[in-house]
Design a protein around this ligand. Structure first.
Ligand code: CO
Length: 228
């Protein structure tokens, strides 16, 4: 731990050398435009990969960047970000090579975390037909990382917080991204906000605009999502 404190003191000196009011300025408050929901993986530095500085991005992280409807921690972060900080963009950021996603693909016991990973196994069930078609294990792994992100963005859109925000003047935009650890690049999975309308007859909580046609197809419609 000595290293941590030494590095901290050094960093403070460097920041003060650049701007003697650096820390004083930060005490006036925060006005972040973004909420980043990412994996706890130590290789992902939320601020660094997005070029955002202190005060610019609110951050929530857990194993495999999950949005679980009963997770009071995530819901509290989301409510504060949307209703108090009024962030403009919310991004769920997955990453290729995610250990949580890999563990969910294994038919073996990992302990308590298996209950958390079940949420990822649900993503496999929702997209089972697509997964059956993918023969290459590496490709399957990458696709599960992507589909997991999309399902977590969907989970966000179902929350009462986002459902209510959609009725406000300026609702935040939701985004699904994947980070490639081996390249450093962020990829947009092009999830579109229109989808909230498509599923409003199921997830809507305001008793209106329930005009969308129910999806009667046997296959999950969303597998048509194109990845850029
Ligand atoms: Co991960």
């Amino acid at each position: 731990m000595l290293k941590i404190f030494e590095n901290n003191r050094k960093w403070v000196q460097e920041k003060l050398a650049e701007d003697k009011n650096y820390f004083k300025k930060l005490t006036t408050g925060q006005k972040p435009e973004y909420l980043f929901i990412g994996c706890a993986d130590s290789r992902i530095q939320a601020s660094e990969i997005t070029g955002t500085g202190p005060g610019e991005m609110f951050v929530h992280r857990n194993i495999a960047n999950m949005v679980v409807h009963t997770d009071i921690n995530m819901l509290s972060v989301l409510q504060y970000a949307v209703e108090v900080l009024k962030v403009r963009h919310i991004m769920v950021v997955g990453h290729y090579g995610c250990g949580g996603v890999a563990a969910a693909m294994e038919d073996k016991e990992h302990g308590l975390i298996d209950n958390w990973l079940t949420n990822i196994r649900d993503v496999v069930r929702l997209h089972e037909l697509e997964f059956l078609r993918i023969k290459d294990e590496g490709e399957k792994f990458r696709r599960l990382v992507e589909l997991n992100v999309i399902e977590q963005v969907r989970n966000l859109s179902k929350t009462s917080i986002i459902q209510n925000a959609m009725h406000s003047e300026n609702p935040p935009q939701l985004h699904g991204l994947v980070y490639d650890i081996g390249e450093g690049l962020l990829k947009d999975l092009n999830w579109k906000m229109d989808e909230i309308k498509r599923f409003e007859h199921i997830y809507g909580i305001h008793g209106e605009n329930h005009t969308a046609e129910p999806n009667t197809g046997e296959e999950e419609t969303v597998d048509i999502l194109k990845v850029s």
